[in-house]
Design a protein around this ligand. Structure first.
Ligand code: KG4
Ligand code: ZN
Length: 340
């Protein structure tokens, strides 16, 4: 294995077309991200077919942009990494095919990457990972607590039994009339309101690290419905604060409990919801009270980007995992796949 590994990484699993150039999984050279949010907004959510078409339009532009920003050419690249899944299959296929074409044309190794492994490794661009650690994964499609004894050794110790936390944010946002994606809007309103609606905290069984958010989501919808029936107007800021407090209390409570039970000194946070202000400050307080090191990527690396895919790809490549040119996208993938 060469000492210095420069990876060109591609991410197209949902509604961001992104290409990054990164050295040794830690030194970010360039990270080009083109969000399609403005296009999907009018539909209130991501339309898979529209996403695929935008990826096709933008893929080569983003490859050129990332190389240009890194002041290098394909000759300087050692390997190509790509998100294989999970995600929208049509969207994934655009990235996978672009990566295969580059790998074939330039005779470079092809590294397949699990999207959520990428989210976890965004933390490597923020600080050092010291094992064992606990990763709290909070994205639009995933809510998991993962114990990691070593690189890529993802052991799921808890997961959502229904909605992912980002999904709950987006649904609550829609109920209070906020645009897609609702998470950042609810977050913003939550900073201006008060916790007046006393929504439930769903802890499940005492020994469980699992989550459930569908009951909370229904509680919010029912509350708004009841107020409307009584002719009362809900205060959106207070709805947002009350909802966010319930989510954050459970996420932080379970993450801290896991850190203590598994005797780890570092908690890392991954996924779009990791940029939530309420979650970040509650985690900061809870970890500093207990001497646990908290690492959270900066906001631009919490949502989908290729830099995180390149960061994870470095370790996947070190493990000797490379794909053939028959690599296919996968809408579902198990994050425990890298455990040996
Ligand atoms: O990780 P991500 O970019 O995509 C997936 O892999 O799913 O996460 C997107 C999710 C969306 O549900 C979005 O509403 C949510 O992350 N999100 C937030 C915030 N920023 C993004 N949720 C709460 N607060 C935020 N500040
Ligand atoms: Zn994601």
């Amino acid at each position: 294995m060469t000492q210095n590994v420069r990876i060109l990484a591609i991410e197209t699993s949902c509604d961001e077309t992104s290409v990054s150039v990164i050295d040794n999984g830690t030194q970010l050279i360039s990270n080009s991200v083109l969000s399609q949010i403005d296009s999907h907004k009018r539909f209130g959510g991501v339309v898979p077919e529209v996403a695929s078409r935008h990826h096709v339009e933008n893929m080569t532009l983003m490859i050129e942009d990332a190389l240009q920003n890194a002041s290098c050419t394909m000759d300087d690249i050692d390997a190509i990494a790509v998100t294989q899944g999970p995600g929208l299959i049509g969207a994934l296929l655009v990235g996978v095919n672009a990566a295969k074409a580059l790998a074939f044309a330039h005779q470079k190794p092809l590294i397949p990457v699990h999207h959520i492994a990428g989210h976890v490794y965004a933390n490597q661009l923020e600080g050092t990972l010291t094992f064992p650690l606990i990763a709290l994964i909070v994205s639009g499609g995933h809510t998991e607590l993962v114990y990691m004894k070593d690189h890529l050794d993802f052991e799921i110790i808890g997961e959502t039994r229904d909605d992912a936390v980002g999904e709950a944010y987006d649904k609550v946002a829609r109920t209070i009339g906020l645009p897609y994606p609702g998470g950042p809007h609810v977050d913003r309103l939550a900073q201006e309101g008060e916790d007046t609606y006393a929504f439930p905290r769903v802890w499940l069984e005492t020994d469980s690290y699992d989550f459930s958010f569908s009951g909370l989501k229904s509680a919010v919808i029912n509350k708004l419905h009841n107020l409307k029936q009584k002719g009362e107007t809900p205060i959106p800021q207070n709805v947002a604060t009350s909802f966010q407090n319930s989510v954050v209390e459970v996420l932080v409570g379970k993450a801290i409990k896991a850190c203590e039970a598994y005797q780890v000194n570092q908690l890392i946070v991954a996924g779009g919801v990791a940029s939530n202000h309420g979650l970040r400050s509650a985690l900061l307080k809870a970890t500093s009270d207990r001497g646990i090191t908290l690492t959270i990527p900066k906001a631009s690396l919490c949502t989908d980007n290729a830099a995180m895919i390149g960061a994870a790809a470095y370790h996947i490549y070190q493990k000797g995992i490379v794909a053939d040119l028959d690599l296919n996208g996968k809408s579902q993938m198990d994050i425990e796949m890298y455990r040996s």
